[in-house]
Design a protein around this ligand. Structure first.
Ligand code: AMP
Ligand code: MG
Length: 317
């Protein structure tokens, strides 16, 4: 099917992807059509290894080093393209099903997340089927994704190596390679994809951060109560202890477990709730990637525990 220019949804260790032969322009155009993705948001190309990557882009010394350390795995490298594109984003995924499809088809696979543009990424084959259904002729079911958040994107095409999107390969893991967090390279253009609304469930997301004197964990039940009194149906997502049983909730044992389950939790809870209350995780390791996705899901702002919340909720669609 890949060789015939059709689309195949594939499991990867990050999220499910909607894959097509990266060398077939018409096939890639159908990815944009199915996802309703803005035309100026480029796709990541999935390759077997650094050798295949080198046929599509110039990895350079640092790119080869990063690839040999982190591939196959959740790291995407934006490098100078070799086939007419100024730049190309490349990643060798670790999931055995994705790897086999790349190897068997003999093609690099262009694959963004297999969701409608703007929605949370799918982390199971069922999510893909529910959202894209008959628009995708084949979904390969590889079970639930181990990481649950999209890859870290590092730009090696400019003067300074820069993180464009945080992911499981964290800022801390990249620091010794001289790769800078995006905020420190303000002069650099952001990744095209970061301009758009992203990761948004059908109902508003309210994220609570620890404040001075009070923690998010302390206030989340109070806030849920206030929302309930205002006629909303709150549901909770948090790391730590289960909350008051009145609320539908997904509580996770660690940041890594929250990363794995966050998008699935959003998809499950949006069915009955009218607002999702999330307590923001700490920023180290994968916490930074979770906070990035939550910030976009919430439309930009976090609230602080201890401040009086203003329930002027953005309307969901
Ligand atoms: P996804 O939709 O999850 O596959 O996201 C792909 C991400 O990689 C988006 O943020 C894109 O904007 C980014 N990306 C892909 N290709 C490039 C490129 N050539 N330069 C910069 N960012 C890119
Ligand atoms: Mg996506």
């Amino acid at each position: 099917m890949i060789r015939a220019g059709r689309l195949v949804a594939i499991p990867t260790e990050t999220v499910y992807g909607l894959a097509a032969n990266a060398l077939d322009q018409a096939a890639c155009a159908s990815i944009f059509a199915v996802k309703r993705r803005p035309a100026d948001n480029p796709l990541i190309v999935h390759v077997e290894d650094a050798l295949q990557a080198s046929s599509l882009g110039e990895l350079g010394e640092l790119g080869r080093q990063l690839a040999s350390t982190f591939w196959p795995g959740p790291l995407t490298l934006v490098v100078k393209g070799r086939r007419g594109n100024a730049t190309v984003a490349l990643r060798a995924p670790a999931h055995p099903v994705a790897r086999q499809l790349i190897a068997l088809s003999g093609r690099p696979l262009a694959a963004p997340s297999a969701n409608l543009s703007g929605r949370p990424s799918p982390t199971t084959a069922e999510h893909v089927a529910a959202e894209l259904g008959t628009l995708v002729p084949l979904i390969l079911d590889g079970g639930a994704c181990a990481i649950g958040l999209e890859s870290t994107v590092v730009d090696l095409s400019g003067p300074t190596p820069l993180i464009l999107r945080p992911g499981a390969i964290s800022e801390e893991m990249l620091a010794s390679y001289g790769v800078l967090p995006a905020t420190e390279g303000a002069a650099h253009a952001p990744s095209p994809g970061t301009r758009y609304q992203h990761y948004q469930p059908a109902v508003p997301v309210v994220v609570i951060e620890d404040g001075t004197g009070r923690t998010a964990a302390e206030v989340i039940d109070e806030w849920a109560d206030a929302l309930d009194r205002a006629g909303e149906v709150p549901a909770l997502i948090a790391v730590g202890q289960a909350r008051e049983r009145r609320w539908q909730q997904r509580c996770f044992g660690s940041n890594a477990e929250l990363a794995t389950g966050l998008f699935a939790a959003m998809r499950e809870l949006e069915a009955d709730a009218t607002v999702l209350l999330v307590s923001a995780p700490s920023a180290e390791g994968i916490g930074q990637a979770i906070r990035d996705r939550l910030r976009r899901a919430a439309g930009g702002a976090f609230h602080r525990a201890g401040e009086v919340p203003n329930w002027d909720l953005p309307k969901g669609d």
